[in-house]
Design a protein around this ligand. Structure first.
Ligand code: GLN
Length: 543
């Protein structure tokens, strides 16, 4: 049976609970254990798919087509374990399942209540599909004391009894703030947070204390005394210079030992951390640097492009260079004649995924700049669609080329996908349908032209990548676009949906309909990002 680690947070949000969960899982892997990480989100959306990136950061998509919390991206990047739909649940999904069952009459006249019906559903979710792993890490979103997380707290309290003490452990992440006026770190918020937790019947086994300054032994002892944990189970967590240093730092502070001690597991053997040592060495000792301009819409909030940011860093790791990212607001390029001045210092231009018309003319202008100037260009999802519209308008002479996403057009170079084949069979959609969970989502195969640039980058002609889109480049425009130099080098296996376009006569110009950034790992950089950064490095030597 799998052992369970329940991770909660206290005092404030944004302490890095997801990163801590991912790092702990990586440390357990380094000791030879298999892991799964799950995220429980207390909000009422069924999934984050309909939430603005400004509200919640990026939507992370799994192979099996789930739209999930961005923490699942950290989990995958740190462990290499592919997340699934069954690794992320929200209150909204739990309630919508329960209400559907109630309407069907499945409860046979019973009163349907938070305890036991909601808590049982949460427990079932936590325990599903975990037979094949040693440890399941369950991260509870939000902060102790939130009204909406109460059913989750109650469920994990019950789970400790169901699973037994030797098979479960509670890890609580808190803040130990530094008060400049007093010149001291303060433990009181941690004490209060643990008190809130114990009032819910949960006594943490391990406390992870985020602090800006080193935690003196006296404070460690004080926290242990007041919070009823062993001093070696109080783990200080200082800010790290890079997120990829976090697993090493947690190991140095004893996190994996403290957690395994809670399970009474011997930790005499040291973990194999060579993978993380190598990554940190590459992060900290780059042999050059490149600057990439990302022309997007949600540039005010970095979490909106979390996986993209990491994948660019990974491309740098593959080439041993530091990647500086310049986040450029596409909307400013629409009215600003200085687009060339802003893009000229860039060694590569990337137009990422996105939704809606705002900023699109700025994106199209950026594609044109990169095409005409021979600057490496990478278009992802909406970015690929913009590259096709740019090619249609400015090379193929289709002046009115547009996408139906932005409204009716007589030249729909990009249009709504109304039919496609999935593993489950034919999928159909029509304009005006539901927004939630209805895009073409998850892993789909593509077939590459063996003689193309992308064929040699992947070293394969059959690939599988993750998708999240409602519109698609219209294959009817293939001929004029290819005459204009834009080769359709990757298609869906049935040949109907364009998946990749490239310009063979350009130093590096690739547009992909999928999201390669979702599959990139620090120890296994995505080949497209590794190749794009390599091309940017070549460009940096020219300018
Ligand atoms: N808005 C576009 C579509 O739905 C692109 C989506 C994206 O970039 N993820 O097709």
């Amino acid at each position: 049976m799998a052992r369970y680690i329940f991770i909660t947070g206290g005092v404030v949000s944004s302490l890095g609970k997801g990163l801590m969960a991912a790092s702990l899982a990586a440390l357990l892997q380094a000791r030879g254990y298999s892991v799964r990480i799950r995220k429980f989100d207390p909000y009422l959306n069924v999934d984050p798919g309909t939430m603005s990136p400004y509200q919640h950061g990026e939507v992370y998509v799994t192979d099996d087509g789930a739209e999930t919390d961005l923490d699942l991206g950290h989990y995958e990047r740190f462990t290499g374990v592919s997340s699934r739909q069954s690794d992320n649940v929200t209150s909204g999904r739990i309630y919508s399942n329960i209400i559907a069952r109630e309407r069907r009459g499945d409860y046979l006249g019973a009163t349907v209540q938070v305890i036991p019906h909601v808590t049982d559903a949460i427990k079932d979710f936590a325990r599903a599909e975990t037979d094949d792993v040693d440890f399941v890490l369950c991260e509870i979103g939000g902060t102790v004391g939130d009204i909406e997380s109460l059913p989750f707290m109650e469920a994990i309290r019950q789970l400790r009894n169901d699973l037994g003490r030797d098979n479960s452990c509670f890890v609580h992440l808190t803040l130990v703030p530094y008060i400049a006026a007093a010149g001291e770190l303060k433990t009181k918020p941690t004490q209060h947070s643990v008190r809130d937790l114990t009032a819910l019947g949960i006594q943490p086994d391990v406390l992870v204390c985020r602090c800006e300054r080193p935690l003196p032994d006296s404070d460690r002892a004080k926290i242990a005394l007041f919070c009823n944990v062993r001093p070696d189970a109080v783990i200080p967590a200082l800010d790290a210079s890079s997120i990829y240093r976090v697993p090493l730092q947690y190991h140095a502070e004893g996190l994996d030992r403290a957690v395994l001690a809670a399970f009474r597991i011997d930790t005499a053997d040291a973990p194999d951390l060579s993978r993380w040592d190598d990554i940190v060495d590459r992060v900290e000792n780059p042999e050059g640097e490149v600057t990439i301009g990302v022309v997007g819409k949600y540039v005010g909030l970095q979490d909106a492009y979390k996986s993209l940011h990491e994948a660019l860093v990974h491309g740098g790791l593959a080439n041993r260079v530091k990647v500086n990212i310049n986040w450029l607001d596409a909307e400013l390029f629409e009215s600003d004649a200085s687009i060339a001045a802003q893009l000229e210092p860039m060694h590569g231009v990337l137009v990422p995924g996105g939704f809606g018309e705002r900023g699109s003319e700025g994106k199209i202008a950026s594609v044109r700049f990169a095409r005409e100037r021979g600057v490496p260009f990478f278009g992802i999802c909406l970015g690929m669609q913009m590259a096709c519209i740019e090619g249609a308008r400015n090379v193929a002479g289709i002046a009115n080329a547009s996408t139906t996403e932005f409204g009716p057009t007589d030249e729909p170079v990009v249009g709504l996908i109304t039919e496609w084949m999935s593993a489950e069979g034919l999928q159909t959609r029509e304009a005006g349908g539901d927004m939630g969970g209805t895009m073409r989502l998850g892993a789909y195969p593509a077939r590459l032209d063996g003689n193309s640039v992308v064929g040699s980058i992947y070293g394969a002609t059959e690939i599988s990548e993750r998708h999240r889109h409602r519109y698609e480049v219209n294959a009817h425009y293939r001929e004029p676009l290819e005459k204009g130099g834009l080769l359709f080098s990757g298609m869906s296996p049935d040949g109907t949906l364009p998946e990749i376009v490239e310009r063979p006569d350009h130093p590096w110009f690739v547009g992909v309909q999928f999201h390669p950034e979702l599959k990139s790992k620090p120890f296994d950089p995505h080949p497209l990002f590794a190749s794009f950064i390599k091309a940017a490095l070549a460009q940096s030597r020219l300018v």
